[in-house]
Design a binder for this molecule. Sequence first.
Ligand SMILES: NC(=O)c1ccc[n+]([C@@H]2O[C@H](COP(=O)([O-])OP(=O)(O)OC[C@H]3O[C@@H](n4cnc5c(N)ncnc54)[C@H](O)[C@@H]3O)[C@@H](O)[C@H]2O)c1
Length: 310
Amino acid sequence: MERVEGKVAFITGGASGIGFGMAQAFGEAGMKLVIADVNAERRETAVGALSESGFACHGVDLDVRSATSWKAAADDAEARFGAVDILCNNAGVGQGRRTDGTRLLLEATDEELFRLVFDINVAGAFLGVRTMVPRIVARGAAGHIVNTGSMAGLIAPPGLATYSASKYAVTALSESLRAELAARNIGVSLLCPGGVQSSLDTTSAERRNEQLGSGFDREAGFLSNRPINPEMMEPVSVGRRVLRAIRDNDFYIFSHPEYAGLIEERYAAIRRDIGSSAQDGYVDPDWLLAASRNPAYSEDDRSAATAGLR
Ligand SMILES: NC(=O)c1ccc[n+]([C@@H]2O[C@H](COP(=O)([O-])OP(=O)(O)OC[C@H]3O[C@@H](n4cnc5c(N)ncnc54)[C@H](O)[C@@H]3O)[C@@H](O)[C@H]2O)c1
């Protein structure tokens, strides 16, 4: 989508951190901003700040976990600015950390916490696609979807299994979606940031307290009020990179190239362990291999993507 001026961007989790950084960058480019966030106070503050900067901006109430909430938020946004052109599925939560400095191991992770992380990070993005893609298609012009994954959606360090698993899911749904939507002139990008200044620890604790009860946090000993780390990347820089990716229809958006070596390490480990067939002489049939291929991985993915869907 080369020309973005006047386009309507719907940003989930837009009241804080990376989502707010995207809003700033999109506003600078003349886009209309819909700030969709579950926290009313933060949402109003963000809308106030963006409006003061002279950007066209509207706040909508949204809990990404709920299909009903998605419909109401989409209707609200359309009533204010007309059809949405760009969807940023950005709202997310972390899995939390121990106050004593030890990592939250998978075996010690509460079942409800595991489900909450997937509900927001994965089902939230899925419901965004379900709600907005038919609306974007219906209005008949080019569109774009940006899903906020993470470096933790490409590498899974110990002590981060729940969060990483949810972000791997975001990677997978973005990669499939890219091929599914190519023929309909809707670009899909996957944002994979490393460390960015944000309030993720605090807002994740808010979600845990609200959904699981504040007693849960105390029992688990979660660190819930870590201040924003000023050493990390500024969110508006990430936002400007996302803007460039929308204009160029980039697939993966990397703001932190220093992670390339870690991704290569993972790929090398997979390559190393791919050995011979478990059954002597057996290979899967061509049709199964063809169906397993994602044409979006190839350089020239557009016509290939259409072919892959037939
Ligand atoms: N900050 C980082 O270092 C980093 C790195 C990689 C990926 N990410 C991802 O970036 C995204 C944005 O996080 P951030 O770091 O900017 O954090 P943040 O806490 O500053 O912003 C997250 C926003 O999402 C909102 N939110 C949470 N649950 C919601 C829900 N159910 N419905 C609607 N809104 C909800 C919060 O109210 C908050 O305003 C997340 O998906 C996160 O996993 C962050």
